[in-house]
Structure formats: C-alpha cells, structure tokens
Design a protein. Structure first.
Length: 296
C-alpha cells in the first residue's frame, strides 16, 4: 500500500548515501580521513563567509536525503544556525529542526502528481489535467495557504501554467523550481503572474536544483524587488567535502499496476517506462529541449 511505502524514500537514500561514504572512508588512512573532514570544514566556512557578504540571500537546507552522514549534517545545521540566523530559514531534517529550534521546511514531492496521474491517465490531456488540478485542490483543502508551494514541473512547468486555474495561481504562495534554469523559470512565473493581473512581488520562487552559493547570489540579485526568492540548497551544502557526490533519487514506478511518469523541464530527469513516457509526452504536447546532466 502507498501509505506503507511512501515514507521510505528519505531513510533509504540516507542509508545508501551513508554506506557509500562510510565505505570510501574505510579505504583511507586516519590522516586521509582527517583531511576529508578538514576540507569539508574549510568549504563550509567559505560558504558562510560568502553568504555573510550577501545578507539578502535567504535559504533552507534541502540536503536531508543525500547528506554525507547524520553527524556531518548536524554539524552543518549547527554552524549555519549560529552564524547565519537571519538568512537560514530552516531544514528538511525534522529532528534537527526540533533540536536547533528551526523551521522544518520542504515542499510536496513529484511522487504525488505522478501517482495521481497514473491512477487517472487514459492517454488524454484531459485526464492529466484533471489529476493535476484535483491534486492541488486536495492539497489546498488539507494544508491551506501555509504549505501552498507548487512543484509544477512533473509534466513540464509550461504545461502546469497552461492548466492551473486563475484562483489557484492567485492564492498559492509560490513555486519551487526543480529542473528548469532558475532565472528563466523565475521570469516565466513573473510573466504569468503579470499576465493574470497578479503582483509577482507578493509571490515566491524556491530554486532547488543543484544550487551552490554563487548561483544563489546570482539568482537573488536577478530577482531583487521583482519576486521573493528563498533557496533550497541540498547536496552542495550537506555533502561538500571533496568526495564524489551521488545523484540518486527514489520515485514511484507504478500505481495499481499503471506506470508512473515524470517528465520535468529537463529531458535528462525524465523517469518511467519508455512507452509510458512517450504517451505522457504526447498527451501534454511536451516540447522541452533542455538536456542537462544531473550532477547532484
């Protein structure tokens, strides 16, 4: 049953990631291991120093699933809680949020729209539209304005913007950007808000795809006084010690025997059985050409 397995993603990814790095460290000498941690501390210090120079940059820790290890994740959260209290908005690790008096923060997952769609998809655009809009109606009914952040790229952000009703766009707080170039996507949202007569300065974008501190600064400066920006930085915050960073995810494969699909705004991020992916592309008129390798 879905409710039995839907919470497996985070512990599975944390365990796999942790075991991978534990195995790497096991091959090293004590001196080499100390050098790895020293490098991680140095890189974290450089991030904090750079962020202090740009106090307008707001961000949250989205690195729970692929952190280097639980102790290292806690070390990172403790440091940035102490040194960046006005810029650090919260963490995706609920235990650390509780222990460090931070906001437990995150958005809905692609899993929801993938499963909603799989259960209703009959090969038509109308069935996908119905599933996507119904999901967001249900989400709003349960969580309201407080958690009203779209994750619109499951079948392409342009498709989502073409089917989401005016009242939904008007009422929801903003959108997470997970696979499109964040500046291009931010401008797309600003255009859409303005087209619908909505003030984008009252809305928010949350870039979250492979961010580092320089990219966060660039994005923040681009949208200053145009739309609110709060970043979700993950692997490059909680797993930046100089070792190879894994790009691994967990996504649903099928629901009630029907294939689940994620298209995204980047062809390289598409997931699902090839025939099902093509059927979804046809249904939504998918014409995305971005094909960027998934680094983290």
């Amino acid at each position: 049953k879905w409710k039995k397995f839907m919470h497996a993603e985070i512990p599975v990814l944390r365990i796999v990631n942790g075991l991978f790095y534990r195995a790497q460290l096991k091959k090293m000498s004590r001196l080499e291991r100390e050098a790895i941690y020293a490098e991680g501390i140095k890189r974290l210090h450089e991030k904090i120093k750079l962020l202090k120079m740009h106090p307008q940059v707001k961000f949250s820790d989205f690195g729970n699933r692929r952190s280097f290890s639980a102790p290292w994740h806690e070390f990172v959260v403790a440091r940035i809680t102490e040194e960046l209290p006005d810029q650090f908005m919260g963490t995706s690790n609920t235990k650390l949020a509780m222990e460090y008096n931070q906001m437990a923060i995150g958005t809905c997952a692609h899993e929801l729209s993938m499963i909603f769609a799989a259960l209703q998809f009959d090969g038509t655009n109308e069935s996908l539209k119905k599933s996507f809009v119904t999901l967001h109606e249900n989400w709003w009914e349960k969580y309201g304005h407080g958690l009203s952040i779209f994750l619109p790229d499951t079948f392409g952000t342009n498709y989502a913007l073409s089917i989401l009703p005016y009242d939904m766009i008007k009422d929801w707080k903003g959108s997470r950007i997970d696979s499109m170039d964040p500046i291009a996507c931010g401008n797309l949202w600003i255009f859409e808000y303005q087209r619908r007569g909505i003030d984008p300065r009252q809305k928010m974008i949350i870039p979250s795809d492979g961010l580092d501190v320089p990219s966060m600064i660039k994005i923040t400066q681009e949208f200053m006084n145009r739309i609110k920006v709060s970043h979700g930085i993950g692997t490059k915050l909680t797993n930046d010690l100089g070792l190879k960073q894994l790009s691994i995810v967990v996504k649903p494969h099928s629901a009630n025997g029907k294939p689940c699909v994620k298209l995204s705004d980047n062809i390289a991020k598409a997931m699902g059985e090839p025939e099902a992916v093509e059927a979804y592309k046809k249904a939504v008129g998918y014409n995305v050409t971005e094909n960027k390798a998934c680094e983290v």
